[in-house]
Design a protein. Structure first.
Length: 95
C-alpha cells in the first residue's frame, strides 16, 4: 500500500476504459472515458490500495452520477436518487 492521495488529479481522457486505466500512475489519478459524451471516470483509489474505481456518468447504461465542472481546476460529482431526482451527495473531488 502506498501513501494516500491528498487530492484527485484529472490526468487525461480516453475513448475506452483500458486506455483510461493506462494513464493512472498514482493514488487519486483520474481519467475520463469520453465517446461523443462522458461515459465514466476511472480513478486510482485515493487510499493507495491499488484498486481502480469506475464512476458511471452515462445514464443510458444504468444509474449514473452527474458531474459539473464549475472552474477549470475543480470538478464536482453529484449522485442523484433515481426516484426523487434530488442530489444525494455533492463532493468536490478536484480542487
Amino acid at each position: 500500500m502506498t501513501e494516500p492521495a491528498r487530492m484527485v488529479r484529472l490526468v487525461g481522457d480516453a475513448e475506452y476504459r483500458d486506455q483510461a486505466e493506462a494513464t493512472l500512475k498514482a493514488p487519486g489519478d483520474a481519467s475520463m472515458v469520453f465517446r461523443a459524451r462522458p461515459r465514466s471516470i476511472v480513478m486510482a483509489c485515493p487510499d493507495g490500495c491499488g484498486e481502480t474505481l469506475v464512476i458511471n456518468l452515462d445514464s443510458r447504461a444504468d444509474k449514473a452520477w452527474r458531474f459539473d465542472i464549475t472552474h477549470a481546476s475543480r470538478l464536482v460529482v453529484r449522485g442523484w436518487a433515481s426516484s426523487s431526482q434530488r442530489p444525494t451527495s455533492s463532493t468536490p473531488v478536484i480542487g
